[in-house]
Design a protein. Sequence first.
Length: 173
Amino acid sequence: MQDRDEFERSDGSSQSLDEQARSLGRDAKAASSQAREKVTSTVKEQAAKIGDKAKSVATDTGMKIENLIDEQRASGASYLQNVADLVHQAADVFDKEIPQASRYIHQAAQQIDTVAETVRTRRMREVAHDVQDLARRQPALFFGGALLLGFAAVRVFKAGPSQSSQENEYGGQ
């Protein structure tokens, strides 16, 4: 009769339970290691695919945003050009009343023309940097120009409707 801790193997030799347990443990460890490597490899492949897809989506989104910004930049440049035209008109009104102010307002309108052209031809990041640089280098000119621009715009908006409403009230002229 065999010892309880020994079993007969198929090849006729006997193996103890300890040896069988160790053998099964090694086999399980090897299988576990292979499974871990396969899972790791699969996860890395999937992560690479996801990363590539994310890069593709980011690139596409970036291009769409850049196109949208270009469209808005053209629209903004046109708007600024219209503002410059209005400021020139306001300066013409001041030319009769206060010629010195008219000259400064025309200069401000020229600056707006320059900004409109810059917006039309340059990237927004460059334009913002230039405006910030001007505000830092010459804050008085920057705020003075903004003040004159606001004042001139108010004058143009006030002058336009009041003249047309007076013409309607008095039958023309």
